[in-house]
Design a protein around this ligand. Structure first.
Ligand SMILES: [Zn+2]
Length: 242
């Protein structure tokens, strides 16, 4: 860890470690609450579980929908970050999309993406972490890769910090690099806040799919993402609400 906040950062790590243990043991905790919690100007971490509703995202060979894994990891992220004292917001907390259900599927997707953007824009002091799973034609591709928005200069270091933590803590053989998003990732392309999208792994790789569906692996991955977020914050000296 790099950082100049010394003891504070060490304390955060110790707190994080014990919270993570509690978090792993606490499988029967209540579900996260409403999508938007009342907040003030404090720093907020927005966790965005990709897809939902009629848009299940990528579909694995065993029929697993990406949207399901996204939500499982997003909830763990939200729980872990909340436990160590961060203000958190989830864009969705169940299998439904945010879009208007009475509209066509296309209109539902457009409405859904705009509502996610509205949530991001409703906070002045925030970072936006979108959780997705990757898919590729071949079955050999594997590994987490973090994409970042080019509109805010804080997006790249946030992405780099998460990518680095995942490699160090969970995937030492992962050679993937962070990548600036294009217009194909609408939320990042339009984001004005620090915003990243974590492609946690490849659902097209059967071995990695098994890991991505595994509770313990999800916890390990979540912990490494949280570690990356904390590292980013300690570097940037962002004021956040404990
Ligand atoms: Zn996706």
């Amino acid at each position: 860890m790099r950082g100049r906040t010394g003891i504070t950062v060490v304390c955060i790590y110790i707190l994080c470690f014990f919270s993570f243990i509690m978090f792993k043991l606490g499988d029967n905790r209540d579900e996260p609450e409403a999508v938007v919690k009342p907040v003030n100007n404090d720093f907020v971490i927005i966790i965005d579980a990709g897809h939902g509703g009629s848009d299940g995202g990528a579909v694995a060979s065993d029929g697993t929908n990406e949207a399901v894994i996204n939500l499982e990891i997003a909830k763990k992220l939200c729980d872990g970050l909340s436990l160590i004292g961060f203000n958190t917001v989830m864009t969705r907390t169940d299998e439904n999309s945010l879009g208007e259900s009475s509209s066509t599927i296309r209109n539902e997707k457009i409405s859904d993406i705009h509502k996610r953007m509205d949530i991001m824009n409703s906070f002045d002091n925030c970072v936006f972490i979108s959780v997705h799973q990757n898919y590729y034609r071949g079955s050999s591709s594997w590994g987490t890769q973090v994409f970042y928005s080019g509109n805010n200069e804080q997006s790249e270091p946030l992405a780099e910090s998460i990518q680095s933590s995942v490699k160090v803590l969970v995937q030492p053989d992962n050679k993937r690099m962070i990548k600036k998003s294009g217009s194909d990732i609408y939320l990042l392309y339009k984001a004005e806040k620090p915003a990243v999208l974590v492609e946690c792994g490849f659902m097209s790789n059967d071995e990695e799919l098994l890991r991505l569906k595994n509770e313990d692996y999800q916890c390990e991955l979540t912990f490494s993402i949280i570690d990356g977020i904390i590292d980013y914050i300690s570097e940037k000296d962002v004021k956040y609400g404990f």
